[in-house]
Each structure stands twice: as structure tokens, then as C-alpha cells.
Design a protein around this ligand. Structure first.
Ligand code: BGC
Length: 747
């Protein structure tokens, strides 16, 4: 019997075990619940940040930070909080330090009356990024640019393994915030603008984190966030209002949640923003009717940071914090990420005693939290020995990070095949993103804003260091030229072009997240453009390397460059990956998971409506800088023989679409075969096209493969005027590459 055959029945066994264990767990939860006081129940619903256990004020950087025993006593013994989150402010713990911190916390919890273990949550969004010696990976938008869900699952599995090595069991990831506004400061935390991509990458990531059983020794509990519609603020600024009609909410934002809930996700975090005037933290419709009633979510719901308090102080829908607590719990929130005050528990107790909240509602939340703690195995084991995780931070894990980084690099322009460059070239490397790990890692890297990556990744190569390692020091000159938005020494950069064959111009962004990353102008800052313009006047060929978290507009800069590569935070191996692509050691195969806009007032997604591309001669047309799904290669691919297994599809039926993809160039490479459909006429205005399936294939020069996709009627469906999914009879166009076929759907 092969290993594969052996594994399958074992997987089934685990699944069968978890199903059969549920009645037992239910019984144990009820027994525990029956013993709990109201204060203990409210404590379970409360989450505080780790700083609340340390000396000094929360968020204030003091080094070294010391645990304050009186605070530990208060948080764990007196308030009996159910959960703690975050990295303590200050020096980032290594795996052993995490182990020691979690051991101390769980030891204290074991000394409480009911010995309920604490669920510790961290944002391990690209590896265990709050653990100084863990393996870090590309950020989600870069993972989406690989169009390789298998790789995303592997990355998720390694993240879970390394988290468990640090005794971290709950990961606030994946973000399923379909990134519909490219200005948004958290776009790079998403899988891009497409609903299908978010679904596929979300499911792969959850599978990687949780496998069949998130209580396993190498798995963690995933937390879907930020439910829902967080990625579409009108202004593009974080946590500002969104206006999302129910049709779009259901069609664009809920599918990724439905798919990941079906894949076993058992915790979920709420969108901090408001939709059509209702903060999601106060929305019973979203948190109970839709989430539980329709999507069938069985896990527990955690608020985002301080968001219950903000219902009073920021959103102004509650006249006091206590009223905010009532509204949020009534809406469906089970756990409050408070996270720096104690009043939540006392308000819950008062609200129940005053009859403003029912004990049944509180029991419901506590039951959900305890259920997840039991499923996660926390009542058996809370601390894991780092020595049992020999692959933690290993070369094998690093190799996966490098592969993911390579596959995330997107070649967007290659005039006269300027790329790959010869390794004997002499180059000038310049620009604000050339020599910093911040532009490769983004936020949530060692700290929230990712500002410390250069200190923690001294052994990793920036773009400049990677090019030097590849070509040798003598062949590479470096002048910063400009900072992110200030001129440094453009003249010196121009002078340094003497005696070089070409310029590698690294522009883009540093690291940021959330409100700190808000911008009022999507254009690349003027200083960066000026650097490009001055270098262009030298006449030397320019290769533009974009290292950024969102598509900063390059309409005026792009014409200066003969070659353009884009990265959306490819992680610590990103510098080496870029050098491999620049100098031909890797044939690029990344594709855009977003529409790269050209103009600030044309931020139209690829799946727009026909009327969004109206043209009456001089009117606006859909004219992005680069299209969704695009990305060049050093070889060429040709599509032939698009076929459907039948000219029509019936309700309940299936149809196979196949196409041949040929490598017609001279190099081996990978191509992403993308299948789009267009509904020609529909009762709700149809999108111009929609991505329905994709597959990445490797081809040697001269080789071809036939790729097949199976379509069902639901793959052609949309949300109708009655707010329900429907597939309407009629003609659909199927498109792969330049090829098209008609398909008739009959009810
Ligand atoms: C962010 C969440 C994150 C949470 C905990 C919030 O500010 O919006 O994405 O999971 O903090 O760190």
C-alpha cells in the first residue's frame, strides 16, 4: 500500500472521530456551563491584549518588558478572561520565549476554580510573524498572485506547524476581504479583487491551518475576517463607511465565507466598519440572521479591536459603552476583543442582572467558545514543546517561502525582451524600496506596522543585496535617489548611471496597515516619479521593480521603463526571488489578482458592468494600466482547441470545458489557464466577465497539455432581484486566453 493510500483512511478516521466526539463534547460543555457563575461566563467572553500582563502602560515600548505578577493575577485569576491576544510591545519573542509566556498563562488558568484554558490569538497572516525566528512567507495578495492554491495550503500548513511550536493555537487569518477598492490600506492583506480567487485561496489557507482537525499537534484554529464587506470602503480609507447593496454583499462578499465555513472554520472576526449606516458589530442581520441562519456558522464570533467600545465612542449608535455591549451581544458577538480595559465583564453582569440581556444569550456564547476550546484539544494540552517541531524555521520551510515568492513576482512589461538581464551587466540599483526588508514584508511583520523588519531579518537579502549577491559587488552601484515621498539625492543617482548598462529602479511603498496606511492619492509619490524622470533623461534602459501593497499609479512613470516587475510583499525571500527573475534564473509566472488602474478616477474592477465602460467617442472606457490575470513569461504560450463536452448545460447537469495550452517558446515555464464566463443577458445587469476556474500548469519548451474544467449551473449563477442565487437560461460565452465558445444553459 502506498503512503497516499494509507493517509486517506486515516484522514477519514480523524473526521469520523471528530463527528463522533461531538455528543461527548456537548455533554462536557453543558456540565461545565452548569458550574459557571455569571462572572465566569462573562470572563470567557472577554479578550485582553498581552500588554495587560506586563509592566508599564499598554502599547508603551519599554525594554526589557517584564511580566507583572499582580496584573497576571487580576487578568487570569480575578477576571478569568477566556482569551488573550497579540504580541507584547517590545522585543519580539522567539519560539522559546513564546513557549514560556504561554506556559505561564496556562499555568495560571489551571489554578482557577474551573481550570478553563485560555485561547491565545495572534495575527500569523504570513507565517508566525510575531515570532522572531519563525519562517515568514509572502503576504496574501502576493499569494493570490501565484494563482497556486496548493502552495497556499502548504504555506498555511507550515504556519500552523510553526505556530504550534510556539504554543500559539489561534490564528486571526485568513482575511477574506475581497479587495474591491485599490486605495484601501489593507488591500495586500486580501486575496485581491475577485470573489472566486478569495474563495479558492481562503479554502486552501483554512485547510492548511486546520487540516481535518484543528486540535491536531501541528494545526491551529483559523479565524475568518473581517466579516463582511470590509474591503470596499467608499473612500478607500480604512474603517470608513461602505454602502453595499444586498445583491453585491451576497454576490461578492459572502461566497468566500460560505466556502471557508463549509471547510470547517470555527471562529470569525467582525468588520470594524459600517455598511449602509449600520456598524457590522451592531448588525443582527449580519451576525445572526445571515451568518448563523444562512451560512450555517457553528463557531464563535470575536469582535475586532475595541470595536464594541467604538459603537459608542466612534460610530455613535450606542449612548454608552454599556449600551454598546448590549447591542453587540444582542447582534451576535460572542467574544469582545476589549482589549485594554476591564469594564466589559462588569457590564455583562449588570446587563443580565437588570434583565437587559438574557442568561440564555450569554450561555449561547459561552457554549460556542467552550466548544471550540474543547475541539481544539485545549482541555487536554495547552503547551507544546518546541523540540517536538524540528522543522521550525528550517531550510525546508524557507524553500517553500522562496518558491511562493518566486511564483508571486509578476512580469508586466518586457519591451524587446529586455529581461532577463545578463549576469555580466553593470547596473545601478536605486529607489526607496531597493534596500529595505519593509517593502518586501509589509505590515504584521514582527510588529503591527512592520517597521522592524530590517532589524529582525538581517540575514535576508533586500533587493539590492540579492542583486549584489547575484552579480558581485563591483557590478552593482547603489544610490537611494529618493525616499518614499522625499527627494534624497536624485542628482547623485543620475551621475551614477555613468558606466552602467542599465538601471534597476525600485519604487513603491514601505510597510503599513490599517488607518496608518490611509492615503489621499493613489499616485506614486512625486519624489519617486521625479527620480524616474531624471533617470530616463540619461537614456539608459530602466527596469522598474514595484514593491508595494497596492497598485500605486504609474501612468507617467511606466513609459520610462522597458521592463516592469511587480510584487505585493513577497516576504523575506522576495529580494532573492526578484534577482532570480531579473537575471533569468527563474521564469516568471505570477499574474495580477487585481486590476492595475491607470487613472485615479477609474478604479474599475475587471468584472465591471457594461455601463462602467461606456464610450461615446471621448467618454471613459475601461482602460487599466494592466488587466486582472495578466502577467508575462520569458516563454510564450498558445491556446488551441477550446471544446465543451456538450453545446448546452441543463439544470442538475455538468459540462467539461477543455483546452490545449502549448509552450511555443524556448524556455520551460508555468502558465495559469484562466476560464472566464460572460452571461450575455440577465435580469440583473451582468458583469462583462467573471473568473470561474483556473489551473497553473508547467510546460517544457514544445510541450502541450490539455486542461479540463468541470462547470455546473451554479458556476454561472448570480444574485437575482429576489436576493437569491439563480442561473438564468440563455447563452453564455466561455473564454480561455483568446479563445471563445458559446454555451447554452437550459432550465
Ligand atoms: C485588526 C485585525 C486584527 C486585530 C488583532 C485589529 O486592529 O483589524 O485584523 O486581527 O487587530 O490584532
Amino acid at each position: 500500500m502506498t503512503r497516499k493510500h494509507l493517509l486517506f483512511p486515516l484522514g477519514l478516521l480523524v473526521f469520523a472521530f471528530s463527528l463522533s466526539a461531538q455528543p461527548d463534547i456537548d455533554r462536557q460543555v453543558e456540565e461545565l456551563l452548569a458550574k459557571m457563575t455569571l462572572e465566569e461566563k462573562a470572563g470567557q467572553m472577554m479578550q485582553l491584549t498581552a500588554d495587560m500582563l506586563f509592566d508599564g502602560a499598554p502599547y508603551v515600548l519599554t525594554n526589557p518588558r517584564r511580566i507583572d505578577p499582580a496584573k497576571v493575577e487580576k487578568v487570569i485569576k480575578e477576571y478569568k478572561v477566556g482569551s488573550i491576544l497579540n504580541v507584547p510591545t517590545g522585543k519580539v519573542p522567539n519560539v522559546t520565549e513564546w513557549h514560556d509566556l504561554i506556559s505561564m498563562i496556562q499555568q495560571k488558568a489551571a489554578e482557577t476554580r474551573l481550570k478553563i484554558p485560555i485561547l491565545y490569538g495572534t495575527d500569523d497572516i504570513h507565517g508566525v510573524n510575531y515570532c522572531s525566528d519563525a519562517t515568514l512567507f509572502p503576504q496574501p495578495l502576493a499569494m493570490a498572485s501565484t494563482w497556486n492554491p496548493g502552495l497556499a495550503e502548504k504555506v498555511g500548513a507550515i504556519t500552523a506547524y510553526e505556530a504550534k511550536a510556539a504554543s500559539l493555537t489561534w490564528n486571526f487569518s485568513p482575511a477574506l476581504d475581497v479587495g474591491r477598492n485599490p486605495v484601501w490600506s489593507r488591500l495586500w492583506e486580501s486575496f485581491g479583487e475577485d470573489v472566486y480567487m478569495n474563495k479558492v485561496m481562503g479554502v486552501a489557507t483554512v485547510k492548511g491551518y486546520q487540516g481535518d482537525n484543528f486540535g491536531a499537534a501541528d494545526k491551529v484554529l483559523a479565524c475568518l475576517k473581517h466579516y463582511a464587506g470590509y474591503g470596499w470602503p467608499v473612500s478607500g480609507k480604512d474603517r470608513t463607511p461602505a454602502y453595499i447593496p444586498e445583491v453585491q454583499l451576497r454576490e461578492l462578499f459572502l461566497p468566500a465565507y460560505q466556502a471557508t465555513i463549509d471547510a470547517g472554520a470555527m471562529s470569525l472576526m467582525v468588520n470594524s466598519g459600517e455598511i449602509s449606516g449600520v456598524p457590522v458589530h451592531a448588525s443582527k442581520f449580519m451576525l445572526t440572521d445571515v451568518l448563523r441562519g444562512e451560512l450555517g456558522f457553528k463557531g464563535f464570533v470575536v469582535s475586532d479591536w475595541e470595536d464594541i467600545i467604538l459603537l459608542h465612542t466612534r460610530h455613535k449608535v450606542a449612548s454608552s459603552v454599556k449600551e454598546a455591549v448590549r447591542i453587540a451581544i444582542e447582534a451576535g458577538i460572542d467574544m469582545s476583543m476589549v482589549p485594554v480595559t476591564f469594564e466589559f465583564r462588569d457590564y455583562v453582569v449588570e446587563l443580565v442582572n437588570e434583565g437587559q440581556l438574557s442568561m440564555e444569550r450569554i450561555d449561547e456564547s459561552v457554549r460556542r467558545i467552550l466548544n471550540v476550546k474543547m475541539l481544539g484539544g485545549l482541555f487536554q494540552k495547552t503547551v507544546f514543546d518546541p523540540n517536538d517541531y524540528p522543522l521550525f524555521g528550517s531550510d525546508a520551510h524557507r524553500a517553500v517561502s522562496k518558491q511562493a515568492a518566486l511564483e508571486s513576482v509578476i512580469l508586466l512589461k518586457n519591451e524587446n525582451e529586455v529581461l532577463p538581464l545578463s549576469k555580466s551587466s553593470r547596473v545601478l540599483v536605486t529607489g526607496p524600496t531597493a534596500n529595505t526588508m519593509r517593502s518586501l514584508n509589509g505590515g504584521w511583520s514582527y510588529n503591527w506596522q512592520g517597521t522592524e523588519a530590517d532589524n529582525y531579518q538581517k540575514d535576508k537579502n533586500t533587493i539590492l543585496e540579492a542583486i549584489r549577491a547575484k552579480l558581485g559587488e563591483d557590478q552593482v552601484k547603489y544610490v537611494p535617489g529618493s525616499g518614499y515621498d522625499e527627494i534624497i539625492d536624485i542628482e547623485a543617482a543620475v551621475q551614477a548611471t555613468e558606466n552602467v548598462d542599465g538601471i534597476i529602479l525600485c519604487l513603491g511603498e514601505l510597510s503599513y496597515t490599517e488607518v496608518e496606511g490611509n492615503i489621499s492619492d493613489l499616485n506614486l509619490p512625486a519624489a519617486q516619479h521625479e527620480l524616474a524622470a531624471a533617470l530616463a533623461r540619461t537614456g539608459k534602459p530602466i527596469i522598474l521593480v514595484l514593491a508595494e501593497g497596492r497598485p500605486r499609479l504609474i501612468r507617467e512613470t511606466a513609459p520610462y521603463a522597458s521592463g516592469i516587475l511587480a510584487t505585493f510583499y513577497p516576504g523575506p525571500e522576495g529580494g532573492d526571488a526578484l534577482a532570480d527573475v531579473l537575471f533569468g534564473d527563474y521564469n516568471p509566472d505570477g499574474k495580477l489578482a487585481l486590476t492595475y488602474p491607470k487613472y485615479p478616477h477609474s478604479l474599475t474592477t475587471y468584472d465591471h458592468k457594461h455601463t462602467e465602460a461606456l464610450s461615446f467617442g471621448s467618454g471613459p472606457v475601461f482602460d487599466p494600466q494592466f488587466t486582472f490575470g495578466s502577467g508575462l513569461s520569458y516563454t510564450t504560450f498558445t491556446y488551441k482547441n477550446l471544446r465543451t463536452s456538450s453545446p448546452s448545460l441543463q439544470a442538475g447537469g455538468r459540462l467539461v470545458v477543455s483546452v490545449e495550452v502549448h509552450n511555443t517558446g524556448g524556455r520551460a515555464g508555468q502558465e495559469v489557464v484562466q476560464l472566464y464566463t460572460s452571461d450575455l443577458y440577465a435580469s440583473v445587469t451582468p458583469s462583462v466577465r467573471r473568473l470561474r476556474a483556473f489551473e497553473k500548469v508547467s510546460l517544457a519548451p514544445g510541450e502541450y497539455k490539455t486542461v479540463s474544467f468541470t462547470l455546473e449551473p451554479k458556476d454561472l449563477s448570480f444574485i437575482g432581484q429576489d436576493k437569491k442565487w439563480v442561473t438564468e437560461p440563455g447563452i453564455f460565452k466561455i473564454r480561455i486566453g483568446e479563445l471563445e465558445a458559446d454555451l447554452k444553459y437550459e432550465d
